[in-house]
Ligand binder design. Structure first.
Ligand SMILES: NC(=O)c1ccc[n+]([C@@H]2O[C@H](COP(=O)([O-])OP(=O)(O)OC[C@H]3O[C@@H](n4cnc5c(N)ncnc54)[C@H](OP(=O)(O)O)[C@@H]3O)[C@@H](O)[C@H]2O)c1
Length: 252
């Protein structure tokens, strides 16, 4: 087997929400696989700079840009930075996301809008910004982070699961639009992964979730990142429009 196909040497990646959690693990592993990496963040400047330092320590180029993923114009500016300061842009990982969990009886319009804008509109913003340069280059890999909740649903998460299901429909449509230009669009659907996002949950709820996972444990951010590195690499050259569940068997 040609293991070089799994490497990302000479490639540039952009990861939205790369300051913490799954996005941080993705940024670090893309760099370990050989890519230069640009990350965005909303608030955590210090954490983002630490990710940059860790990537630079591996010998790869890195930069963190504060950019609200909701903002269409900022997405264009971030992609312009990737074009001018890095050597083009080969890989986009749409990872930035939030939760505003509550039952629909209590859900405010603001909680609905915040989640749909941050999780779904952001995917449009960044995909739209990269698609022209990727089409010109006749190559690219876009990886969108959805969730098992976008497939199976979850009480208390109508806004979040709608955003994550929306990502799946968006990705399959875009995959069909751009396949002829050798641009692949895939979805990673993580299950329950240990990050600050899930750290907000009550311990008893966590235990009951873990009991329902066939592998009987939460996943680690690195386990999601490994799947992203594979999807980004030439080893996945015949995969497009795929949903890869990284969930310990949760959604099968
Ligand atoms: N954890 C899980 O179990 C799980 C399961 C399935 C899917 N996911 C998905 O995986 C992704 C990452 O989740 P996580 O658990 O790593 O969450 P997290 O620990 O809360 O980290 C979220 C990241 O997104 C960034 N972000 C949030 N809002 C943003 C905005 N408006 N603009 C730019 N960046 C923004 C944050 O930046 P700041 O640090 O600046 O706030 C942070 O880097 C999300 O899309 C989430 O829905 C997570």
């Amino acid at each position: 087997m040609n293991l070089e196909k799994f490497a990302l040497n000479g490639k540039t990646a952009l990861v939205t929400g790369g300051s913490r959690g799954i996005g941080k693990a993705i940024a670090l592993q893309l760099a370990e696989a050989g890519a230069d990496v640009l990350i965005t963040y909303a608030r955590s400047a210090e954490a983002a700079e630490e990710v940059v330092r860790q990537i630079e320590a591996t010998g790869r180029k890195a930069k963190a840009v504060q950019a609200d993923a909701v903002d269409f114009n900022e997405a264009e500016k971030v992609v312009a930075v990737a074009q001018s300061e890095f050597n083009g842009l080969d890989i986009l990982v749409n990872n930035a996301g939030i939760t505003r969990d509550t039952l629909i009886m209590r859900m405010t319009e603001e909680q609905w809008d915040d989640v749909i804008r941050t999780n779904l509109k952001s995917v449009f913003n960044y995909s739209k910004a990269v698609i022209r340069p990727m089409m010109k280059a006749r190559s690219g890999s876009i990886i969108n982070i959805s969730s098992v909740v976008g497939i199976a649903g979850n009480a208390g998460q109508t806004n979040y699961s709608a955003s994550k299901a929306g990502i799946i429909g968006f990705s399959k449509s875009l995959a069909r639009e751009v396949a002829s230009r050798n641009i692949r669009v895939n979805v990673i659907a993580p299950g329950y992964i240990s990050t600050e996002m899930t750290g907000k949950l009550d311990e008893n709820i966590l235990k009951s979730i873990e009991a329902q996972i066939p592998l009987k444990r939460a996943g680690e951010p690195d386990e999601v990142a490994q799947a992203v590195v594979f999807m980004a690499s030439d080893a996945a050259s015949y995969l497009t429009g795929v949903i890869l569940n990284v969930d310990g068997g949760m959604a099968m």
